[in-house]
Design a protein around this ligand. Structure first.
Ligand SMILES: Cc1cc2nc3c(=O)[nH]c(=O)nc-3n(C[C@H](O)[C@H](O)[C@H](O)COP(=O)(O)O)c2cc1C
Length: 199
C-alpha cells in the first residue's frame, strides 16, 4: 500500500474543542486521505453541545467528501483499528479527554479508541494526542509524561498568537495545521514560521 493510501485513525473524545476535530476531518477529506473515524459517546455529546452536530449525518454535512471515511462504533473493540496487522499511518485523538489519555497511558483499554491507541503504541506507529484541559493535575502531567516515554506525541490545543490570528478559525487552523504537519501531510493551514514564532 502506498504511503498516501494508508488510513489515519481519527478519534474524537469528550474534551472541549470539537471544532478542532471537525476542521481536521474536513482537511483530511479535502486531500482524500483514508480516515478510520471513531467518536466516543461523550465526543458525540461535545459535537452536539459545541457545534449542534447531532449525529453522523450532521457530521458528514460539515466535513466535506466522506468517500474515504469509515466510521466505526467506539463500542466495537474488534473493528479494524483494533488490529495491529491492519496497515495504518497512525492515530490522532483530537480533542483528547483526560479520561481517554489516562486509560491509554495506563494500558487499561476498554473502548475501540483506547484499544486502537494501545495498538498504535505497541506497533511503534505515530500517536498524536490533542488534550484540552486547564489547569493540569500531577496525574494528568504524569500520564502525559508516560505517554511521551512510550512514543506518543502530546500536542496540546494551545494556539499561538504570534501570527496574529484574526478569527477563531485561525486559532483552530493553528492547532490542526500542527497535527497535519506531524502526520507528514502538507496543507496550507496553520502557522508559517516567522522570526519570533516559537511553536
Ligand atoms: C460539556 C463537557 C465538557 C468537557 N470538557 C472536557 C475537557 O475539556 N477536557 C477533559 O479532559 N474532559 C472534559 N469533559 C469530561 C469528559 O467528557 C469525561 O471525562 C468523559 O468521561 C470522557 O470520556 P471519553 O474520553 O470516552 O470521551 C467534559 C465533559 C462535558 C460533558
Amino acid at each position: 500500500m502506498s504511503e498516501s493510501a494508508l488510513p489515519v485513525t481519527c478519534a474524537i473524545t469528550g474534551a472541549s474543542g470539537a471544532a478542532y476535530a471537525v476542521r481536521l476531518l474536513e482537511l483530511l477529506n479535502s486531500i482524500h486521505i483514508p480516515v478510520s473515524l471513531i467518536v466516543s459517546e461523550t465526543g458525540w455529546r461535545l459535537l452536539q453541545e459545541e457545534l449542534d452536530i447531532n449525529g453522523e449525518q450532521a457530521l458528514r454535512e460539515r466535513t466535506g467528501d466522506w468517500s474515504s471515511v469509515t466510521l466505526y462504533s467506539d463500542r466495537d473493540r474488534g473493528a479494524t483499528p483494533a488490529s495491529g496487522s491492519a496497515p495504518s499511518r497512525g492515530m490522532v485523538i483530537c480533542p483528547c479527554s483526560m479520561g481517554t489519555l489516562a486509560r491509554v497511558a495506563q494500558g487499561t483499554t476498554r473502548s475501540l479508541i483506547e484499544r486502537a491507541a494501545d495498538v498504535v503504541l505497541k506497533e511503534r506507529r505515530k500517536l498524536i494526542l490533542v488534550p484540552r484541559e486547564t489547569p493540569y493535575s500531577l496525574i494528568h502531567l504524569e500520564n502525559m509524561t508516560r505517554l511521551t516515554h512510550a512514543g506518543a506525541l502530546i500536542l496540546p490545543a494551545s494556539p499561538g498568537f504570534y501570527n496574529r490570528p484574526a478569527s477563531i478559525a485561525d486559532l483552530i487552523d493553528f492547532v490542526v495545521g500542527r497535527v497535519l504537519a506531524h502526520l507528514d501531510l502538507a496543507t496550507n493551514v496553520g502557522p508559517r514560521w516567522k522570526s519570533g514564532g516559537t511553536g
